[in-house]
Write a protein that binds this ligand. Structure first.
Ligand code: FAD
Length: 302
């Protein structure tokens, strides 16, 4: 029996959540080899899709197309391409949409993006899509691709408040987008509080929680501060004195991510999105610890 989850969609009571993964594009032959290994690990967990990031301003678009193509070549893997509209005209952005579609992506994550090196208030390209909502609207009008948008449980840094950030999310999902994927967060209470506010505002689409695998705590802490993602004290304690590539660092990262996933699952979340940091070892261990193994599906995928 499938019932409607108050959180992210429909789920079967007692089942483990489905998973999707996010990867960065490979930029060298060595990284492509690493991607092949990552793809095999991701596939073991029968993901709903793997998504590939895209550099704002089009900086990494060739690498993104390359990785999208590589993942599409893996049997049984659906791919979602990220797409930013910052610094691009509509024509340039539409070319990317058609390129992704021709490659065979299942969907696109519609993003505004940030222009690298530009500070101050965001300025859309004069002939470009204005923001994430505008791009999502164009994708829905085109049809044929699942459209996703981004959500921020701790508010987007440019939003005046969580209330206005949720208003923007409502506009993005009112385009007909299928679901939102959240910025990573480390305290599930932030996600649950956000979801209460989101549902109270009449937003009913799935809001898929994003879980980051901590490959290097110092780097993650610095990036999280820029994204306005709070790191709880027990994370600082857990990584205190550990070097990034040590086995203890890796074990802590996997335990903490798995704990987050299991707590989300216990509250009825049926789909989690894992920011892989392109680390097959962390993906495998976290998914195992979190019980994301789907025996029947894995058997048929081998
Ligand atoms: P929008 O939702 O369009 O806007 C973000 C904020 O700007 C809003 O919350 C609101 O405060 C403000 N805003 C927007 N429109 C208006 C308006 N009309 N008036 C007033 N305020 C407004 N970046 C990349 O470069 N490449 C990626 O691949 C990538 N992947 C991502 C994946 C996920 C799951 C997430 C959560 C983020 C990702 N990002 C990526 C980062 C993203 O591009 C940035 O967070 C960017 O600053 C916002 O993009 P958005 O689509 O959420 O913006």
């Amino acid at each position: 029996m499938s019932i409607v989850s108050p959180l992210s969609g429909s789920f079967s009571p007692g089942g483990s959540p489905r998973v999707s993964f996010e990867v960065f594009p490979a930029r060298s032959t060595m990284q492509s080899d690493g991607m092949a290994e990552l793809a095999q690990v991701m596939r073991k967990y029968d993901p709903l899709f793997a998504s590939v990031t895209y550099g704002a301003g089009g900086s990494s678009h060739q690498a993104s197309f390359g990785t999208v193509g590589q993942l599409l070549g893996v049997d049984g893997l659906d791919v979602v391409g990220h797409l930013t509209c910052a610094g691009q005209s509509r024509v340039q952005t539409d070319i990317v949409i058609e390129r992704y579609a021709a490659q065979g992506v299942k969907g696109i994550l519609a993003l505004r993006g940030d222009m690298p090196g530009i500070t101050g208030p965001y300025q859309p390209h004069p002939e470009g899509y204005e923001n994430g909502a505008d791009l999502a609207r164009a994708l829905i009008a085109r049809g044929g691709l699942d459209t996703y948008v981004a959500a921020y449980p701790e508010s987007h840094p440019a939003s005046g408040s969580l209330h206005s950030c949720i208003g923007n999310l409502k506009d993005k999902l009112a385009t007909g987008a299928r679901a939102a994927i959240t910025q990573f967060f480390f305290d599930n209470r932030d996600y649950f509080y956000f979801m209460e506010q989101v549902r109270a505002r009449g937003i009913h689409q799935p809001i898929i929680p994003g879980i980051l695998l901590i490959h290097d705590f110092a780097k993650v802490a610095s990036f999280a501060a820029k994204c306005q993602a709070r790191i709880p004290d027990h994370f600082h304690t857990a990584f205190d004195g550990l070097t990034p590539h040590s086995s203890q660092h890796k074990a802590r990262a996997c335990e903490l991510a798995a704990q987050q996933i299991m707590q989300l699952s216990a509250q009825g979340v049926d789909h989690v999105h894992i920011y892989t940091m392109n680390r097959p070892d962390l993906v495998d261990q976290t998914c195992k610890l979190a019980g994301l193994t789907q025996p029947a599906r894995i058997a048929s995928a081998m």
